[in-house]
Design a protein around this ligand. Structure first.
Ligand SMILES: Nc1nc2c(c(=O)[nH]1)N[C@H]1C(S)=C(S)[C@@H](COP(=O)(O)O)O[C@H]1N2
Ligand SMILES: [Mo]
Length: 199
């Protein structure tokens, strides 16, 4: 256990240095995918944000690469109970992507290549809490971990961090994604152990 040497680094971990309730530490990087790994060429890749008014904003891979990137070190927590501390990612903040988009929406439904989806409040994508990530530990993302790019929303259970992300629908009303339709929690805060609906 490295709990005592990792120190206290703000809101990413609670002040006792503990893991969220019911989680154990892993040093592996497990692959959790509900289906096969889709392969998306960078030429064909697009990221699309569609507002509740039906207005679409699109970025090609080159356009994503031209945006300012951030490196972040965060803990991730899977609902199957593994947590991984101090993972290092590089990507574009959702604040950057959404900055010029006019919307009254309160909710987001994130879509992946391959058909996966997940929902969350729009405010959980803003305020330096979420990224479209394309590097992990200094290397481009591996296909099974979401290449070419995945959502990274580390303050919620890791199923919200959609791999192979292709876009986000901004919505006035909440609409459940893939796991949420199957009984997983709408919000999924690991510190409140919101694994399933009703938790
Ligand atoms: N597109 C897509 N994204 C996904 C998933 C998935 O099945 N498909 N699984 C989710 C779950 S349950 C977890 S724990 C993480 C796993 O990411 P990893 O395979 O990189 O560890 O991705 C999330 N994002
Ligand atoms: Mo997961």
């Amino acid at each position: 256990m490295n709990i005592f040497t990792r120190g206290f680094r703000g809101r990413k971990r609670d002040s006792s240095g503990q893991l969220p309730p019911g989680q154990y530490l892993t040093d592996d990087f497990p692959v959790l995918s509900a289906g096969p790994t889709p392969r998306i060429s960078l030429d064909a890749w697009e990221f699309t944000v569609t507002t509740e008014q039906g207005e679409s904003h699109r970025w090609s891979w080159a356009e994503l690469m031209a945006l300012p990137a951030e490196s972040v070190t965060v803990d991730v927590h899977c609902v199957t109970r593994w947590s991984k501390l101090d993972t290092v990612w590089r990507g574009v903040s959702l604040d950057t992507l959404l900055t010029d988009i006019e919307t009254e929406a309160d909710f987001a439904l994130v879509h992946s290549y391959g058909g996966y989806s997940t929902n969350l409040p729009l405010e959980d994508l803003l305020g330096g809490k979420a990224w479209v990530a394309y590097e992990y530990e200094g290397e481009e993302l591996a296909p099974e971990h979401g290449a070419p790019a995945r959502l990274l929303v580390p303050h919620l259970y890791f199923w919200k961090s959609a791999k192979w992300v292709r876009g986000i629908d901004l919505m006035v009303q909440d609409s459940p994604g893939f796991w949420e339709q199957l009984g997983y929690h709408d919000y999924g805060d690991p510190w409140r152990e919101q694994r399933y609906q009703g938790d």
